[in-house]
Design a binder for this molecule. Structure first.
Ligand code: C5P
Length: 231
């Protein structure tokens, strides 16, 4: 089997409704600096020269329009769009199904983390190619966090031991396929599914710009950052 010169396939789960953003359109199609959030996310991924395929998981009916948005900024990197699932994990699984076996590395990157800097993407790819079974960018937590039990009792966690996890997360393609085949229903991200297989997860430094656009306040911050870039 020939190894592609660009061995990385990037999956973009973008099938969420974006209700918390309240933009009236799925979050990935909400406008940021005059362009859909999705366009920013795809541009950030293909800035990494080892990315050779982008697979979008889209809300039903938006596959063609989202593929067109992505293709416009993909700089010639092929774009494929599939219909997403009912959950984020379901959307990733459907996208993974169309990634050819020739891609050795798979990134999974939320469309909503649309301003991730290139160095974060590169660090994730590097760590996977160095042999990691799962790689996540993480940032120290600035808030004090309390864990709440079923009875409503809470206790403070040691913040120094916590990291807030971002995307892109990176995996050897075979490991991610195994993890999704096993289908841990409790996992909230792909690295958690790999962890459920008993494999280690490697942390690389995340970046404040890789925050997830979830609420109108996040969109305001993203608008300011994009406007600043254009100066
Ligand atoms: O809802 P949340 O912000 O955690 O979603 C994270 C990412 O997963 C978003 O980019 C969203 O579009 C995507 N997603 C998906 N399919 C779903 C739910 C969420 O692709 N069913």
């Amino acid at each position: 089997m020939s190894v592609p010169p660009r061995p990385v396939a990037a999956i973009v789960p973008a099938a969420g409704s974006g209700e918390r953003l309240g933009a009236g359109v799925p979050k990935a199609m909400a406008l940021l600096g005059g362009e859909p959030v999705l366009a920013h996310a795809v541009r950030g991924l293909v800035a990494e020269p080892r990315v050779g395929l982008v697979v979008l998981a889209c809300p039903d009916g938006l596959e063609a329009s989202m593929a067109a948005v992505a293709a416009e900024v993909a700089g010639g990197v092929p774009v494929v769009a599939v219909t997403g699932g009912a959950t984020r994990a379901g959307s990733v699984r459907r996208a993974l199904d169309v990634v050819p076996e020739t891609f050795a590395v798979v990134l999974v990157h939320d469309a909503a983390r649309c301003l991730v800097p290139m160095e974060v993407v590169a660090a994730v790819v590097d760590a996977v190619l160095d042999g990691a079974s799962a790689v996540v960018p993480g940032l120290p937590v600035v808030d004090t966090i309390r864990a709440v039990d079923a009875d409503g009792r809470s206790r403070t966690l040691d913040r120094a031991t916590l990291r807030a996890v971002q995307t892109p997360q990176g995996f050897p393609a075979a490991v991610l396929r195994r993890a999704h085949g096993a289908g841990d229903p409790g996992a909230t991200d792909d690295a958690g599914m790999v962890e459920a297989l008993g494999l280690p997860v490697t942390l690389v430094p995340g970046h404040p710009r890789a925050f997830k656009v979830t609420t109108p306040l996040d969109l305001l911050l993203a608008e300011a950052l994009v406007a600043g870039q254009e100066d």
